[in-house]
Ligand binder design. Sequence first.
Ligand SMILES: NC(=O)C1=CN([C@@H]2O[C@H](COP(=O)(O)OP(=O)(O)OC[C@H]3O[C@@H](n4cnc5c(N)ncnc54)[C@H](O)[C@@H]3O)[C@@H](O)[C@H]2O)C=CC1
Ligand SMILES: O=C(O)[C@@H]1CCC=N1
Length: 268
Amino acid sequence: MNQKIGFIGCGNMAKAMIGGMVESKFASPDQVYASNRSLPNLEEVHQKYGVQVTQDNLEVAKKCEILFLAVKPKFYPAVIEQIKDSVHENAMIIMIAAGQTIEQNEQRFGKRMKMVRSMPNTPSLVGEGMTGVSINDLITEEETRLIQSLFECFGRVEFLSEDLMDAVSGVSGASPAYGYMFIEALADGAVQQGIPRKQAYVFAAQALLGAAKMVLETDLHPGELKDQVCSPGGATIEAVAKLEETGFRSSVIQAVHACTEKSKRMRK
Ligand SMILES: NC(=O)C1=CN([C@@H]2O[C@H](COP(=O)(O)OP(=O)(O)OC[C@H]3O[C@@H](n4cnc5c(N)ncnc54)[C@H](O)[C@@H]3O)[C@@H](O)[C@H]2O)C=CC1
Ligand SMILES: O=C(O)[C@@H]1CCC=N1
């Protein structure tokens, strides 16, 4: 691809995607532009990845055919007001904000634009991102393939209808945070049993990485994979029974629900 890719807002999520794109060589550093209100994050991505940086949002908006809006949801109205008359004539706008809808942002631009609503996650930085994507009807099939390869350069992508995008925040946008909590909890349990903390994180994280790969690569149902670990009368089933008793599944389901509902409230 030879389009220029811009990021307005260069925080945690933009840095993860820029890192993923450049490290995977999907885009060369001279194709990628980022603007941010403050300097430190810009200096960091320039030093690490060699991308072009500026504090001027308009410079990025004018230059880039593919434009990520990577500021917090509450800053979308002000940023769109600032750039709407300057965006590249063929611009494709990629929103990454929780809760923001395509219709809402078309209204803010005051015209129909090629618009993508996406929900990525921070493991994009290490090539293991998961992104949910909805597109509007101005995006062509060729552009859809481009969007797919763009998000696939740092992980997996699934297209789905826009009414499900708030739930994507709950299941994959936010869930790395739940995963880190699970890893911390596993490691605390291991430390309680005498395993040194540094090793405890390796045991916990690698076990979960392996479990995730088993689900994605064997095509077996997670329940069947769980049953393979639970020897009759063995140790694992004791742990599984304790997790059920203490509401593990229900707690996770409620967490996804809470995140999804909050995402919906964030567009008000
Ligand atoms: N952090 C995450 O795991 C995920 C975040 N998102 C979405 O990504 C967006 C950004 O989130 P984060 O990167 O976590 O936030 P962040 O706070 O780390 O980054 C936002 C950046 O935007 C800059 N900024 C604020 N107003 C600006 C303006 N007017 N012009 C230029 N830059 C401006 C800030 O200085 C900051 O560096 C949010 O809309 C969030 O919903 C989506 C998926 C996952
Ligand atoms: O916490 C948030 O609002 C964003 C959306 C998903 C992950 N971070």
